[in-house]
Ligand binder design. Structure first.
Ligand SMILES: Nc1ncnc2c1ncn2[C@@H]1O[C@H](COP(=O)(O)OP(=O)(O)OP(=O)(O)O)[C@@H](O)[C@H]1O
Ligand SMILES: C=C(C)CCOP(=O)(O)O
Length: 247
């Protein structure tokens, strides 16, 4: 059994200032993750690295680029963030290795993602923690578009070979919030939260919370949406924040 955990870009970076890592939050998260016992795949988001680089070049999940220079600029920005995340994980004693989607994944003309999982599976078997990230990914008919870390989480969770039974999305909010700002304990249908769901309050080309909930509802495994204060509880096997139960 494997757990997939996404550290939101808004947690590990200062999302409003370009290419700024939130070192304190990142090292707290890495120390919490170090207590996990079992097979773990990490994914991180773009935060102030990927989203700024993509938005500056007019690239999004829908709108692609055929400029290799633009695609590399987005990928390189994510590479700088990935290196900072790996450094913090190593510092916390985690044997983490990068798995970089631009070189591995593709999307078809409908946007459906193919993510070969052999390298992540073999890393797990050899005792490593694979670390993926939202990235520019080549898409049939569109050049290179943005693939969110949330979509990678879904692809990993749906891959039978990895046997994923738990998913966690650690964002800056303590869960999915209702209209009064309270955490919704459980979401079974999009309608349970539709009124309160909006996009992201920062530069974000991949859709914020509404898009997250929609994707998580399609999963077979339960998914937990929580804030940094819930990370230790999730790592220990608990259910902080909101549980989104798929089919
Ligand atoms: N009902 C809601 N409940 C909680 N958050 C919401 C809601 N509606 C909109 N949001 C926004 O969604 C944001 C979380 O999505 P966002 O994509 O920014 O997070 P992330 O995954 O941490 O970042 P990144 O996409 O960089 O990885 C919150 O910061 C909040 O602004
Ligand atoms: C903007 C890029 C390149 C990655 C976006 O990933 P996300 O922050 O997980 O949505």
């Amino acid at each position: 059994m494997t757990t997939v955990l996404k550290l939101g870009g808004s947690v590990v970076t200062e999302k409003d200032s370009p290419e700024t890592v939130d070192e304190a939050a990142l090292s707290r998260a890495a120390e919490a993750v170090a207590d996990f016992d079992g097979d773990l795949i990490l994914v991180h988001g773009g935060g102030s690295f990927g989203h700024h680089a993509a938005a500056e070049r007019g690239v999004s999940t829908e709108s692609g680029t055929r400029s290799a220079a633009d695609a590399r600029a987005i990928h390189d920005a994510m590479g700088r963030l990935n290196a900072a995340v790996l450094d913090a994980l190593h510092e916390a004693g985690i044997e983490a290795l990068p798995v970089r989607p631009l070189s591995l994944a593709s999307r078809d003309a409908d946007g459906d993602l193919s993510l070969p999982t052999g390298s992540a599976a073999t890393m797990l078997a050899e005792g490593f923690v694979p670390v993926l990230h939202g990235d520019g990914v080549v898409q049939s008919g569109a050049g290179v578009t943005v693939t969110s870390g949330d979509d990678l989480v879904v692809a990993l969770a749906e891959s039978g070979a990895l046997d994923v039974d738990r998913v966690g999305l650690c964002s800056t909010v303590p869960g999915v919030l209702d209209g009064d700002g309270d955490v919704i304990a459980r979401i079974d249908r999009f309608a349970d939260a539709a009124d309160a769901l909006g996009g992201s309050d920062a530069t974000d080309v991949t859709g914020g919370m509404a898009a997250k909930v929609e994707k998580l509802l399609a999963l077979g495994a339960p998914a937990h949406v929580f804030g940094p204060e819930g990370l230790e509880e999730f790592v220990a096997g608990g259910s902080p924040g909101t549980v989104v139960r798929g089919e």
